[in-house]
Design a protein around this ligand. Structure first.
Ligand SMILES: [Cu+2]
Length: 463
């Protein structure tokens, strides 16, 4: 599958590049021994011999943009440079897979990034065809295009997509640019993943990461266990794995073998913060002093309460590639993900908590205990099958950590509303505003049979 070529004489261009990094162009040829300039062999993959990629493919774009956050903290929030209705300058990602064929349309998404980033799911590699050791139906490739920053053309920053916690990363696909590569402006890089370990992960840009992570290049990524498709010793095949049995669970969080991580509905809550001074500095060509970090807005899926319970966005307009805003909330166009949790009595509801801010979070669900079944993409089961899961009404999530928690919705005869919120009450307001704000959402429980199935995670099921 590989072809070894003897190197030819160095081209003039290569020599110029090498010389510039040494002692000057004219001197390079004279002082560098020829053997150094000329490795004996290079190894390159022959394109014709490569396996075709037949797994899932997505295309993301990295750029800047504006979002809406409530409250006021003059002169930084709202930002006086923001377009009408919007308040805060961000960096972020967009999913441009639906306009993949039209590069002009993709580049028209410059300055239209979203907070938080589009989520994506991978299926654990399961070698569906045992006769084919290279079975690649569960391979995942993600092309990242850097559109550049509209407001800061002076920042010629690369971007990357770092899959935080991915166990079998190799440097070229790890998105950690100090030991590998970033994606320069107007260029693409296709990342390749073969997922082995189910769980809740996250991704972020790793270029100038203190800034780019805080500016909003953060999102959730999830590896679904092969038990969804294969079933377990006492776990039926899940609906996500193709089961048509309405009594089967939607999916499992881990390969538990006994159905203990089964869920019927799935909600992701990505937590982070906004230090409006830092965002203002980026739009005004200033540098914040990061050691003064002092966030003034605490967010859940890129929104502050009560916007957290506003509807999900309407997806992507296939003609323009633009985001469609949530119904009745045009200012939330670039914050498409709702945090409202909806369920029927008896549903097993999975919450994937992710913290991609810099502040530890402790989240409490009043009234129902949650069972924590996983942390940091690790199933809480010890040696000999010891059950290490536990019931709690509060979960602690450090920066860069994730928690998988499942609650069973209690029996109700009418719609019942519970709160899910940060236990740090100082975070639970929006700057300059009375009342509750920040990282808070609601759980709406309906009588059994009221809501339909979710079309995707965080979908309200018709509520
Ligand atoms: Cu970046």
């Amino acid at each position: 599958m590989r072809k070894e070529n003897l190197t030819r004489e160095l081209s003039r261009r290569q020599l110029l590049k090498l010389g510039a990094g040494l002692v000057g162009v004219t001197a390079a040829g004279a002082v560098v021994p020829k053997a150094l300039l000329k490795p004996d062999r290079v190894v390159e993959a022959s394109p014709a011999a490569q396996d075709p990629i037949i797994g899932v493919y997505r295309h993301f774009a990295a750029t800047d943009g504006w979002i809406y956050l409530p409250g006021a903290n003059p002169p930084y929030h709202p930002d006086n440079l923001a377009p009408p209705g919007l308040t805060t300058y961000i960096f972020g990602f967009r999913d441009v897979t639906s306009i993949e064929g039209n590069r002009d349309l993709i580049f028209s998404q410059k300055m239209k990034c979203q907070l938080t980033s589009p989520m994506f799911w991978l299926d654990e590699w399961r070698n569906e065809n045992p006769l084919d050791p290279h079975d690649n139906t569960t391979d995942f490739t993600l092309k990242l295009t850097n559109l550049g920053l509209q407001i800061r053309p002076d920042l010629i920053d690369a971007h990357t997509l770092h899959f935080h916690g991915f166990r079998n990363a190799i440097p070229i696909f790890d998105g950690e640019p100090h030991s590998s590569v970033g994606v320069p402006i107007a260029r693409d890089l296709t990342y390749f993943y073969r997922a082995r370990d189910p769980g809740t992960y996250m991704f972020h840009c790793h270029f100038e990461e203190t800034e780019h992570v805080h500016m909003g290049m953060v999102g959730g990524v999830y590896i679904r266990p092969k038990q969804n498709f294969l079933g377990g010793a006492s776990a039926p095949i899940a609906r996500l794995g193709g089961s048509l049995d309405a009594a089967a669970p939607m999916g499992y969080v881990y390969n538990d073998g006994d159905g203990s991580t089964a869920y019927d509905r799935e909600f992701a809550l990505v937590m982070n913060e906004v230090w409006s001074l830092a965002h203002w500095c980026d739009s005004h060509v200033q540098l914040p002093e990061w050691s003064d970090y002092n966030p003034d807005l605490y967010l859940m899926n890129g929104r502050a309460y009560p916007d957290t319970i506003a509807p999900n966005g309407g997806g992507t307009d296939s003609a323009t590639g633009d985001l469609i805003p949530p119904a009745g909330r045009p200012e939330l166009k670039y914050q498409p993900l709702s945090s409202l949790i909806t369920c029927n009595s008896g549903d097993r509801v999975l919450i994937r908590f992710i913290n991609l801010g810099y502040v530890e979070q402790s989240m409490r669900l009043t009234g129902i205990k949650m069972r924590v079944v996983g942390r940091d993409a690790t199933f809480l089961r010890g040696r000999g099958g010891n059950d290490l899961s536990f019931l709690t009404d509060s979960v602690h999530i450090g920066a860069g950590q994730s928690v998988d928690a499942i609650f069973v919705a209690p029996d109700v005869t009418e719609k019942t509303v519970l709160k899910l919120f940060s236990r740090n009450l100082a975070h639970l307001s929006n700057p300059g505003m009375p009342g509750l704000g920040g990282p808070m959402t609601e759980v709406h429980i309906y009588p059994a049979g009221t809501l339909g199935d979710q079309a995707a995670a965080n979908d309200w099921g018709g509520a």
